[in-house]
Structures are given as structure tokens and as C-alpha cells.
Design a protein around this ligand. Structure first.
Ligand code: ADP
Ligand code: MG
Length: 317
């Protein structure tokens, strides 16, 4: 199978919303009236983000999901993607599964694959995604104001707990693992939530490196501080019942791979947020508030500050 057969067979689909898709030297794209392009890349590297024997269908899903999550965090509607892929070999069964997982999620979100690059090398998957958003409505990290409330979607820590099990750091029962594993292998990007938060959230970020690290980016960009209520943090029953409280706390505060949205909003939007949560069948939980100053203080149930290290995953630390 030549490189071009491979691209044609596995990565070429209709792209009705692109002026030109796969097959030329570049794709041609046009943002619709009133919108600007939101552009972001995320790379998954074998050995760093996944193991060599990872299920290719789930890998295809996750490769796109982590990019869709960035669009969600920006309040952008995802439209197009390009895929740069390095493969050790042209394994047809693997490619069929990978592209099926990728396109299943792409179709769900109306995203078109309009180009990319294919080379031989250690397995490496990089998507660049293009979305649309009215410039003034983009959800930036820099908009949090003192007095705003801090919210998160879904629940936190399950992906990190599943990973801890796979790495032998804790032993979950089969039922517990089955409950946590989808968070790690099949994250659901909160695209609809991101769109609904336009005009409501003052800032937003997706949680890929852990709540404290990613909220920290909002605090830094907005030049404010935060107080969090540890007892309010939304967790699954499995995490809540985890025998190691230290590990559970780590997973929730700095586990990473959650792909939930963390956002701030003025308190006047409370009712609208409850409505959005109901409409999207997605829990939204108020976890704290923005305060003057710098840094983040996490209070325990009795109001005492927890001693937490803001230790999100950093590839170069
Ligand atoms: P060039 O030599 O100009 O870089 P390529 O031969 O790499 O072009 O790619 C040919 C066409 O196939 C281009 O339109 C490119 O965008 C597309 N393409 C290459 N790899 C992929 C891929 N993995 N997924 C989608 N499109 C791809
Ligand atoms: Mg090329």
C-alpha cells in the first residue's frame, strides 16, 4: 500500500464545508460570516500519552477528542481538522480501527478532516483543529473577575484513577475499573457546553493537566486568586470510595486527562447555568470563587486550608 493509497483509503472523506479538502497541497477554508477561526494543536505521543498496544479505535477517538476539548474551552464550534501522523508501518487493520474511531467522533461533531501529513516513524498522532467563534464571544483564560464563581463540568479524577490502576499504583475491582476506564480511554469533549457558555462564562479552560494546574492558568491570565471548597468537588462513587484518600485527592486535584471544562461566571448567571446543566444532561458544580490576590487556596470541609501542591503534569519538570 503506497502512502497515497493509505491516505485515500483511511483518511479521505467528504468535506462539504471546505472549499477544498484532502488531495491538494493545502486545504482551502473560509470562516462563515461574523466568525473568526479558533486554531489549536494537540499531539499524542506513544509512550508518553498512550502505550504501544493501545486500542486503535479508542486512540482514534482520543486523538480527536483532546482537540475538540480545546475548541470547547474556547467556546468555538469545531469545523475542520488536519492530521499529521507518523506510523512505524502501514498496518491496515490498525489503520482501519484508528480511522473508524477518529471519524465516528468527527461525524458526531460535524468536523471534516481536510488534510494532514503521513510519514514513517515512531507512532505519533497530531491533530490541528479549526473552529469558528465570534471574536468577542471567545472564552479566554483572561476574563475571570473578583467575585466570579468557579464551576466544573462532569466529575474529576476518574481518568487518573484508572491510570493509577493500570500502572499498578492501586488495585480497583473489575466493576470499579469498568466505571473509571471510559474517562481515560473515551473522554467526551464538552463542545455543546462550551457553545452554551458564550456570553455567560467570564473565562474557561479544559482540564487536561489537573484542576489546580489548569485553574492556575486562568488565575495567572486573569491576575486573580481563587478559593476552592474541596468537599464541593464533583467525584464519582468509585473515587469517593477509593481506599487511598491521598491518591483520591491527587487524582481529583492534579490527576489530569479529565477533559472537563473549568470556567468562571458572575453569580447572576446561576439560574442559566442550572438550565444549561439540565438541557445538556451534564452536571455543573460550583466549586469556589475568584478572590483578589494570587494563587489558589483549597479549604477542607471544616474550612481549614488543605496543604496541596499545585502539581499538574508538566512534560519538562
Ligand atoms: P505534500 O507532499 O504536499 O506534503 P502529501 O503527499 O503529504 O502532500 O499529502 C497529500 C494530500 O493528502 C494533502 O492534501 C494532505 O493534506 C493529505 N494528507 C496527507 N496525510 C493525511 C492524513 N493523515 N490525513 C488526512 N489527509 C492527509
Ligand atoms: Mg506532506
Amino acid at each position: 500500500m503506497s502512502e497515497f493509497d493509505l491516505i485515500r483509503r483511511f483518511f479521505t472523506r467528504d468535506t462539504p464545508h471546505a472549499i477544498l479538502g484532502v488531495g491538494d497541497d493545502a486545504a482551502l477554508l473560509q470562516a462563515s460570516a461574523g466568525n473568526v477561526l479558533a486554531v489549536s494543536s494537540d499531539m499524542l505521543v506513544c509512550g508518553t500519552h498512550f502505550l504501544p498496544d493501545a486500542d486503535p479505535f479508542l486512540l482514534g477517538h482520543k486523538t480527536l477528542a483532546v482537540n475538540l476539548s480545546d475548541m470547547a474551552a474556547m467556546g468555538a464550534a469545531p469545523r475542520w481538522a488536519v492530521l499529521a501522523i507518523a506510523l512505524p508501518e502501514a498496518d491496515e487493520a490498525w489503520l482501519a480501527q484508528f480511522s473508524a474511531g477518529f471519524f465516528a467522533l468527527a461525524q458526531q461533531h460535524d468536523v471534516e478532516l481536510v488534510g494532514g501529513d503521513t510519514t514513517r516513524g515512531p507512532l505519533n498522532l497530531c491533530v490541528t483543529i479549526f473552529g469558528e467563534v465570534p471574536a468577542q464571544q471567545a472564552l479566554r483564560r483572561s476574563g475571570a473577575q473578583v467575585g466570579d464563581e468557579i464551576w466544573v463540568s462532569g466529575c474529576l479524577g476518574d481518568a487518573a484513577l484508572a491510570l493509577a490502576h493500570l500502572q499498578g499504583r492501586i488495585a480497583l475491582s473489575a466493576a470499579e475499573l469498568a466505571a473509571c476506564l471510559p474517562a481515560l480511554h473515551r473522554p467526551q469533549p464538552r463542545v455543546a457546553l462550551g457553545l452554551a457558555l458564550r456570553g455567560i462564562a467570564s473565562s474557561a479552560i479544559d482540564i487536561s493537566d489537573g484542576l489546580l494546574a489548569d485553574l492556575g492558568h486562568i488565575l495567572e491570565a486573569s491576575q486573580v486568586g481563587a478559593q476552592l471548597d474541596f468537599a464541593a468537588l464533583p467525584v464519582s462513587p468509585v473515587l469517593n470510595n477509593c481506599v487511598s484518600r491521598t491518591l483520591a485527592r491527587q487524582c481529583v486535584l492534579s490527576g489530569g486527562d479529565d477533559y472537563e471544562l473549568c470556567f468562571t461566571a458572575p453569580a447572576v448567571h446561576h439560574a442559566e447555568l442550572a438550565d444549561i446543566a439540565a438541557r445538556h444532561n451534564l452536571p455543573l458544580t460550583r466549586i469556589g470563587k475568584i478572590v483578589a490576590g494570587r494563587g489558589c487556596i483549597v479549604h477542607d470541609a471544616s474550612g481549614n486550608p488543605l496543604n496541596v501542591e499545585a502539581c499538574g503534569y508538566d512534560h519538562f519538570r
